[in-house]
Design a protein around this ligand. Structure first.
Ligand code: NAP
Length: 259
């Protein structure tokens, strides 16, 4: 390539790139979508209900394009339209962030079959299918970035969330499986494993005083992160700066896993 002196912070820029972010109406998905736009990408803002006005406005304020796309990722039919929707809108897809996710809490002995199915469908099956559709385009264009959202429960078992744990362990595995087959096409597939972040997904455990104190006592940083704490990681994994990273699950966890 260009040698050491060719490196610059432009390696982190995403000008001219197009990205799909699922679950981009709020929480971490919103922060990923806005981060990619701030780095220069146009974004297909995927939400279940078409309620992503705030994200669209934040992206437009950066000067980039944001287009809303509605898809319920618990429906296979709906999932299959997403990548085609991006191609129709922007002509291509350079970056896919598989962020949408759901969690259902209940003791394992009472865990409902329908909750298991819904969590697996949204967190795992849709990610598998969206990645496959996106990768077909990326192989043709000989470049692409897929960023999956894993979890601390990609490493640990947790309690009362068996489906979530199973799905997030599988996300880590699929990240590696896709990377092994697609690296030769200049496609990088990595995952971000967020630690404990203050979003709707974690509201129930933050409201449980005992659980909240237990969690905080184990985080070396000593606090729950906010969605903006993940924005640097997503830009890095979407950019030229991470071209030699593949199949990696990158924890952004205030040191949780180091304990
Ligand atoms: P959140 O605020 O609850 O956001 C979840 C997103 O997923 C929402 O946009 C939600 O849409 C979307 N979603 C859920 N079910 C869907 C479906 N059937 N179809 C389409 N979209 C659906 O939670 P978050 O914390 O930002 O979570 C984002 C990702 O990070 C998830 O994969 C989660 O597992 C992961 N994560 C979060 C943490 C954390 O501490 N917060 C830690 C590790 C991993 P609606 O608004 O329509 O529900």
């Amino acid at each position: 390539m260009g040698g050491i002196t060719s490196f610059s912070l432009d390696y982190f820029r995403l000008d001219g790139k197009t990205a799909v972010v699922t679950g981009a109406n709020k929480g971490l998905g919103q922060s990923y979508a806005v981060a990619l736009a701030k780095a220069g990408a146009d974004v297909l803002v995927v939400s279940r209900r078409g309620d992503a006005k705030e994200t669209i406005q934040m992206i437009e304020e950066t000067g980039r394009k944001a287009v809303s796309f509605v898809a319920d990722l618990s429906s296979r039919k709906s999932v299959k339209g997403v990548i085609a929707g991006c191609i129709k809108t922007f002509g291509t897809i350079d970056i896919l962030v598989n962020n949408a996710g759901t969690i259902k809490r209940s003791p394992v002995l009472d865990y409902k079959e329908e909750d298991w199915d819904e969590v697996m469908e949204v967190n795992l099956n849709s990610l598998y299918l969206l990645s496959q559709e996106a990768a077909k385009v990326m192989v043709e264009q000989k470049s692409g970035k897929i960023i999956n959202i894993a979890s601390m429960l990609s490493y640990q078992g947790g309690k009362f969330v068996p489906a979530y744990t199973a799905s997030k362990h599988a996300v880590a595995g699929l990240t590696k499986a896709y990377a092994n087959e697609l690296a030769e096409h200049n496609i990088q597939i990595n995952a971000i494993a967020p630690g404990y972040i203050a979003t709707d997904n974690t509201a129930a455990i933050r409201e449980d005083e005992k659980r909240n104190a237990e969690i905080l006592s184990r985080i070396p940083a000593g606090y729950w992160a906010n969605p903006e704490d993940l924005m640097g990681a997503v830009v890095f994994l979407a950019s030229r700066a991470s071209d030699y990273m593949n199949g990696h699950v990158m924890a952004v966890d205030g040191g949780w896993l180091a304990r």
